[in-house]
Write a protein that binds this ligand. Structure first.
Ligand code: GSH
Length: 188
């Protein structure tokens, strides 16, 4: 699950994603969004309230939403990779930890995000913004770690569909897949 050694030479800390601007490399997704907004956004205008919400979701995603989802990923990997003769015990143990912390925390986060879509289709009013983009990875990939995601969170399910149908989002996803294939082949 860890990055290859060559990647670790790119930056300190060796975290993905990495953004290089004018020869300087930056990490931390939320910070990268802030840099992109500051340096290159001459297309979208945001009110101070909108900008505040965008920044909140940049931090919420990495600080609160991702940690329990990563725990669920690790516990699922531990259960499937454990040696056969102790797999059952490991699975039961990891399940207890998930039930005690990671799962309730993930559910609470998804319930909160669902409530945030009560009056508009996207997280910042009715237009796609960096908040939707940073939230898309944990929601698209982490939703499968809680039960009946689409039925339990219908507004988030609708939001996922809207994003997947958005032409710019489609194009960006295509470019990311192409870049990943170039860097890592089809192993991902
Ligand atoms: N909080 C960081 C998390 C970055 C992170 O943990 N990325 C993972 C990949 S998704 C990573 O680089 N792991 C190190 C490794 O695979 O060795 C961010 O927002 O970018």
């Amino acid at each position: 699950m860890l990055a290859p050694e060559a990647f670790k030479q790119l930056t300190k800390p060796s975290r993905s994603p990495v953004l290089e601007i004018d020869g300087k490399r930056y990490t931390e997704s939320g910070f990268l969004f802030e840099l992109l907004l500051e340096k290159y956004n001459n297309v979208y205008t945001y009110s101070p309230e909108e900008l505040e919400r965008i920044k909140f979701f940049l931090h919420f995603t990495e600080g609160s939403l991702q940690p329990p989802l990563v725990m669920l990923l690790v516990s699922s990997a531990a259960s499937t990779h454990a040696p056969v003769f102790i797999r059952f015990a490991i699975k039961a143990f990891m399940n207890k930890i998930d039930q005690a912390y990671a799962l309730p925390a993930a559910v609470e986060n998804f319930e909160y995000l669902e409530s945030e879509l009560e009056t508009h289709d996207y997280f910042v009013n009715n237009k796609i913004s960096p908040a939707d983009i940073i939230l898309s990875f944990p929601i698209m990939t982490g939703g499968s770690r809680v039960e009946n995601f689409d039925a339990n969170y219908p507004r988030l399910a609708k939001w996922k569909r809207l994003l997947e149908e958005d032409l710019d989002y489609k194009e960006a996803s295509k470019r990311v897949r192409a870049a990943e294939e170039k860097a890592f082949g089809t192993k991902l």
